[in-house]
Design a protein around this ligand. Structure first.
Ligand code: COA
Length: 385
């Protein structure tokens, strides 16, 4: 495998884009990435998407989007791994370029969730759980995460209020990101009084529904070294790991074993440990997922994720800043696009282009995108080359 760099990035603000079709959202992110990379063509396009087949009645996004952006004829395809489809697009682009089969590739994550009723969208999201054992009972993703959170609180003695710092940090960081779905801070009172969705998960524990697209252009590192581009960002580690779809099939439902394995793999590939990570773009779809991810990736002891947050270590000035541009909670979670937003934000931080959200001296970043309630986990380490 040859070394691979990210040459250009693009994104659209996460929101309710009722005036844009899915293909237009993807196109806007792609055109922004091409402009950023100062190129006008790529050899291949990989689209991360989870729900277009169900919600837009449209599959076959590779050919559709490549045609829309004027690349008719190139290699193009959709990749899918539920909410981790975005990161899978980047990994596919990296494998294609790294293997030498392709000299440049575009990875785009795109999702349109707000044109359909909440009922339809919620049912489509639930298709990432086990249809035989979970979906059949009508449980939603919020419901599944509520069961995990309730059990976690029982096992480790945490109160609901102890999870507040995850939401407060994400919303505070979202204020500094013009592309975030929510750009206003919240208080402990707002967290405490938020409407209950599925006990113990309230509105402030959950990521929102939203539309979005984010893209990155991947090229061989050698090709662009010394060409005078902005800070080059290297993909120093990439890993996918899997677990059972159904939570009850896991030996320990309170341990994200795929997150642990995937993080361990990328640490090994990049030659770093958790102590060298400057920022962690975490999959905080629910505050319980943020706690479990911090533990699985080696930032907190088992059952102690909330303590790290309560001690202020996850904020921009803390030991391991997470969700630096709002995370899934405040930037938003357009599911198949989310992994690419994480990557785009990590690149912004590495280049020093994160604006008011900039964290000083970022050199090594971890992004982790989770599909389902931990069944597919895709991690990347990006570094300043
Ligand atoms: N956090 C904060 N505010 C939120 C929010 C969230 N997650 N979701 C919605 N809101 C706000 C809206 O902006 C709106 O505010 P306004 O009245 O000031 O305009 C208000 O709450 C109502 O919004 P609405 O869209 O009607 O909310 P809803 O009740 O239909 O949906 C949830 C709320 C939590 C049920 C929905 O966001 C959800 O299902 N989230 C989880 C998505 C999910 O499972 N993703 C996959 C994870 S793996």
């Amino acid at each position: 495998m040859r070394e691979v760099a990210i040459l250009g990035i693009g994104q659209v603000p996460v929101g309710e884009h009722w005036d844009k079709r899915l293909v237009e959202l993807a196109g806007d992110a792609i055109f922004a990435a091409l402009e950023d990379a100062e190129v006008n063509r790529v050899e291949a396009l990989y689209v991360g998407n989870m729900m277009a087949g169900q919600l837009d009645k449209q599959t076959h996004l590779g050919a559709l989007i490549s045609d829309w952006v004027g690349f008719r004829g190139i290699e193009a395809m959709t990749v899918e791994a539920a909410c981790s489809s975005g990161a899978l697009a980047l990994r596919t682009a990296m494998i294609a370029v790294g293997s030498g089969l392709v000299s440049s590739a575009l990875a785009v994550g795109v999702e349109k969730m707000t044109d359909t009723s909440p009922r339809e969208t919620t049912a489509a999201l639930a298709s990432a759980a086990s249809a035989d054992w979970e979906g059949v009972h009508g449980i939603t993703f919020v419901g599944l995460n509520a069961l995990i959170m309730r059990r976690y609180m029982h096992e480790y003695g945490w109160k609901h209020q102890d999870f507040a710092p995850f939401s407060l940090n994400a919303h505070a960081n979202g204020v500094n990101n013009p592309n975030a779905r929510f750009q206003s801070p919240i208080t402990e009172d707002i967290y405490r009084q938020a409407v209950m969705v599925a006990d113990p998960i309230n509105l402030m524990d959950a990521s929102p529904i939203g539309d979005g697209a984010a893209a990155a252009i991947v090229v061989p590192l050698d090709l662009v070294k010394g060409m005078g581009h902005k800070t080059l960002v290297k993909i120093a580690g990439s890993s996918v790991a899997t677990d059972s779809l159904a939570v009850h099939d896991r030996q320990d439902p309170l341990w994200l074993s795929a997150a642990e394995k995937s993080a361990r793999d990328v640490y090994h590939q990049a030659g770093v440990g958790p102590e060298e990570i400057d920022i962690f773009e975490i999959h905080d779809a629910f505050s319980i997922m943020a706690a479990l991810s911090l533990e699985a990736c080696g930032f907190a002891d088992r059952g102690q994720g909330p303590r790290l947050a309560l001690e202020g270590e996850i904020t921009p000035k803390g030991r391991i800043p997470i969700a630096t541009m709002g995370g899934l909670k405040a930037r938003g979670h357009p599911v198949g696009a989310t992994g690419m937003y994480q990557v785009v934000e990590a690149v912004q931080q590495l280049r020093g282009e994160a604006g008011r959200a900039q964290i000083d001296g970022v050199k090594v970043t971890l992004t982790q995108n989770i599909g389902g309630s931990g069944a597919t986990v895709i991690s990347h380490i990006l570094t300043a080359a």
